[in-house]
Design a protein around this ligand. Structure first.
Ligand code: NAP
Length: 476
């Protein structure tokens, strides 16, 4: 049984309610989590409000030391935290370990970046004046995050907020709070003062309304679906609450004719099936140049067939899908594609090899077109759809035909093609021969309806800072 962390204390919900957490590979209970409500959330916001003045007064070096120590503890406990993650989320242990270690990097990065929050001095146009621009922490911030990266997504927000001098209340996805609770144990042991970082659980909408309506909370950083992101934008109007939004995607993957199809297929399969395709930046639509279409298709089918599916605690490449609803969505997308003329080349539905759990066979489909939902709706499904193109401009046009603008991928070794593609693609993140571009020192975020703002890099800390302009007249 794990608890919420409010004002430096581990606590049950005031109501006493707990939520069972299920293992998607076995459908067995993993553990229970205290399940709070708006009143618990209010307590956490108030604690963060009380902690804020002292925390922002600390030097960036003092705050950084606590974040560095948190990173060290996360690395020491990476295997334990990763195991908890695999149990509650399903991804293969190897991927969970990578996520925990990568999340420690975010703490380390922002521990340092906090020391580089500079101001500016601007030359005056009137004699006897001085103009200064200084940065201040926004204040109490809230972090709402989904289940698919249950440590790294909150880690990006917690580390940047705390480094900037903000205090924070994290609200993880209902079904994956356990591994984040273990990260909070690291924060506590690293010396985060009471109230600086709080962990609350409870009904999503009620807690979001508390964050939105409570004037102590000055900012919400949300990662999740575009639909909920838009709802938060609408509801934030009353108090003009500061929002950062990391939302959905529908990443195109363009295969140029100059690369060996085996290599292109390796990048494609890795991009598609990481975390069982339940990744906001997962490649979703594959545009293959006609000259290499046959060879690429053969290679991608062979490599997809070779993926080992199973319980993430075993030596596998692909785990179960996260929940029954996710499995149902994959089935519906595949049925729709078939009904519109797609051909299944391998896989083709829920796996029958496992008595329990939400397993879906990694699937490749060909002859896809724009009438199919899989080509327009964010799929989050282990189905790799293949389409063709002849000219680069045609590939760019098809790739941009979406309201999403998070990530896009290109496989080429030809410099002019790479430049044309990255300049033409309307996406915030472009991976060229790189299926996993996310890293703490680079800006992560989307264009169009994929979000507002960036996480990571020096831009990531800006989300938690306000600009204050000071003008001084030396003589009156
Ligand atoms: P979701 O339904 O939007 O949920 C995300 C988080 O918001 C969860 O904690 C959820 O709580 C909570 N939530 C649900 N309804 C809410 C509401 N009305 N008001 C406030 N919070 C609410 O998203 P999901 O389907 O679980 O997650 C997958 C989505 O996240 C995909 O669209 C994916 O692309 C996106 N994502 C984006 C990024 C990025 O960096 N751009 C990264 C990862 C995922 P419950 O758990 O209780 O439902």
């Amino acid at each position: 049984m794990k608890k919420m962390f409010i004002d430096g204390a581990w606590c049950e919900a005031k109501s006493g309610r707990r939520l069972p957490i299920e293992n998607p590979a076995t459908q067995e209970p993993v553990d229970e989590m205290a399940y709070g409500d708006a009143a618990d959330c209010r307590r956490a916001i108030e604690a963060a409000g009380r902690a804020f003045p002292a925390w922002k007064e600390k030097t960036a070096y003092q705050r950084g030391a606590i974040l560095e120590k948190t990173a060290d503890l996360m690395r020491e406990r990476a295997e334990k935290i990763a195991r908890t993650m695999t149990l509650e989320e399903g991804k293969p242990l190897r991927e969970s370990l990578g996520e925990v270690r990568g999340s420690a990097d975010w703490f380390e990065w922002f521990a340092e970046e906090g020391k580089r929050v500079y101001g500016t001095i601007i030359p005056p146009s009137v004699a006897g004046k001085r103009h200064l621009v200084v940065k201040h922490p926004v204040g109490v911030s809230a972090a709402i995050t989904p289940w698919n990266f249950p440590v790294s997504l909150p880690a990006r927000k917690i580390s940047a907020a705390l480094a900037a001098g903000c205090t924070l209340v994290a609200r993880p996805a209902s079904q994956t709070p356990l591994c984040l609770a273990e990260v909070f144990e690291c924060l506590e042991e690293a010396g985060a003062p009471p109230g600086v970082a709080n962990l609350v659980t409870g009904p999503a909408s009620a807690l979001a309304d508390e964050f939105l309506g409570n004037r102590i909370c000055r900012k919400i950083s949300f990662t999740g679906s575009t639909e909920v992101g838009k709802e938060l934008v609408r509801k934030s109007a009353d108090q003009l609450k500061r929002l950062s939004l990391e939302l959905g995607g529908h990443a195109p993957f363009i295969i140029c004719p100059d690369v060996p199809p085996e290599f292109a297929a390796r990048v494609a399969v890795a991009s598609k099936f990481r975390n069982n395709a339940q990744t906001c930046i997962a490649a979703s639509r594959f545009y293959v140049h006609h000259d290499v279409r046959r060879e690429f298709t053969e290679a991608v089918v062979a490599q997809t067939r070779a993926l080992k599916v199973g319980n993430g605690l075993e030596d596998v490449d692909v785990g179960p899908m996260f929940e029954a609803k996710a499995l149902e969505k994959a089935v519906a997308l595949l049925d729709d594609a078939r009904a519109h003329g797609a051909r299944v080349l391998c896989g083709g539905g829920p796996s029958r090899r496992f008595p329990r759990g939400y397993f879906f066979e990694p699937t490749v489909i060909d002859d896809v077109n724009r009438t199919m939902k899989i080509m327009t709706e964010e799929p989050f499904s282990p189905i790799l759809p293949l389409a063709g193109y002849e000219e680069i401009d045609q590939a760019i046009e098809e790739a941009n035909r979406t309201e999403y603008g998070l990530a896009a991928y290109v496989v080429t070794r030809d410099l002019p093609s790479a430049v044309r593609l990255w300049e033409g693609l309307e996406f915030g993140i472009i991976g060229i021969n790189d299926f996993n571009p996310a890293t703490a020192q680079c800006p992560f975020g989307g264009l169009k309806e994929s979000g507002i703002g960036r996480e990571g890099s020096h831009e990531g800390i800006e989300a938690y800072l306000e600009t204050k302009y000071v003008s001084i007249a030396l003589e009156m």
